[in-house]
Design a protein around this ligand. Structure first.
Ligand code: NAP
Length: 288
């Protein structure tokens, strides 16, 4: 199977490393980054078998194409490669919002070429190829979208490849995916950034900075990520993120009322509810 990875940053690079580590002699990985230096580095790291910066050349022979660029480039890139793909080819992506991408990408596929939207729920604050890790997707959820246009066979083929690198596939409609990740992936960034900026706006921020400990660090870790990825998340998942911000404000206002009223019993109940739900999540899931 010939696999093309367009965009060799944290996600594309980790995918290449993971596929190479899977050690399937029948897989050939072609990296298609923007710059020649990236090809050199990816070859040195052992993330690809060969590379080109020419999109058309990179996908000409591909059976499966992973588009791993920032979200705002995914549709322009798919538009460009669509007429160059061979019959039977499958295109997937890793963008962290799905409805806009999937609805447009499906329309762009020529007859006999298939699109299956994807999103690995794995990552870290440091992006770019230098931060890539072969084990990034191991035991992590990898969403594949399901729509009325999804080819079952194409989806199963993507699932097989994701399975090779330890990803745990979960099928989901794009709209449901966007609501789910708004809650558990995009909201943490909104909350972390708002909390950091609240402290940064305080007169006593110097003293506050001296007093930060692990609680602040753990709660705000995600605010150290690449702002460009965050802008893309919020812009392309606006409706669901706004809905979740509304729900979060309601929850915070509820807690504010309890604190204002000094109702210790209600506060304890609220914190216990949160502790139990969070503990149940992380007792079942490995940290990461
Ligand atoms: P990244 O580390 O910044 O990598 C993006 C890569 O795309 C870079 O290597 C960049 O090249 C390349 N690129 C930019 N324009 C290109 C073009 N025109 N043609 C080919 N390559 C191009 O970003 P990332 O973290 O891997 O994120 C990539 C995608 O994964 C995004 O859609 C994001 O939503 C999704 N995602 C990210 C995470 C995460 O935690 N980071 C998690 C899940 C999903 P240069 O190196 O030359 O700039």
């Amino acid at each position: 199977m010939n696999i093309a990875i367009i965009g060799l940053g944290l996600i594309g690079g980790s995918l290449g490393l993971a596929l190479k580590r899977a050690g399937q002699a029948s897989l050939k990985i072609t990296g298609v980054p923007r710059r020649e230096e990236t090809i050199k580095l990816a070859l040195q790291l052992g993330a690809i078998d060969e590379g080109t910066t020419d999109l058309a050349k990179g996908v000409a022979d591909a059976d499966l194409v992973f588009v791993c660029t920032p979200i705002n480039l995914i549709i322009p890139i798919i538009t460009e490669i669509a007429p160059k793909l061979k019959k039977g080819a499958i295109v997937t992506d890793v963008g962290s919002s799905k409805y806009e991408i999937v609805s447009q990408a499906e329309k762009l596929m020529p007859k006999g070429v298939y699109f299956v939207g994807g999103h690995p729920l794995a990552g870290k604050e440091t992006t770019k190829l230098e931060a890539a890790e072969a084990g990034l997707f191991s035991n992590r959820t990898w969403v594949l979208t399901r729509t009325s246009k999804t080819s079952k066979k194409a989806s199963e083929q993507v699932e097989q490849v994701v399975g090779l690198i330890g990803g745990l596939v979960v099928g989901m409609e794009p709209k449901i995916h966007d609501h789910v990740v708004a809650a558990v992936s995009h909201m943490p960034l909104a909350v972390a950034a708002a909390l950091v900026n609240t402290v940064a706006g305080e007169e006593q921020k110097e003293l506050m900075t001296k007093c930060v400990a692990s609680g602040f660090r753990d709660t705000t870790r995600i605010a150290s990520g690449d702002p460009i990825l965050g802008v893309d998340m919020f812009k392309t998942n606006k409706k669901s993120v706004l809905k979740m911000i509304g729900a979060f404000k309601k929850s915070l206002t509820n807690l504010e009322k309890m604190i204002r009223e000094g109702d210790g019993e209600k506060i304890r109940e609220e914190l216990t509810k949160a502790k139990q739900f969070r503990d149940a999540i992380y007792n079942e899931k490995p940290a990461g």
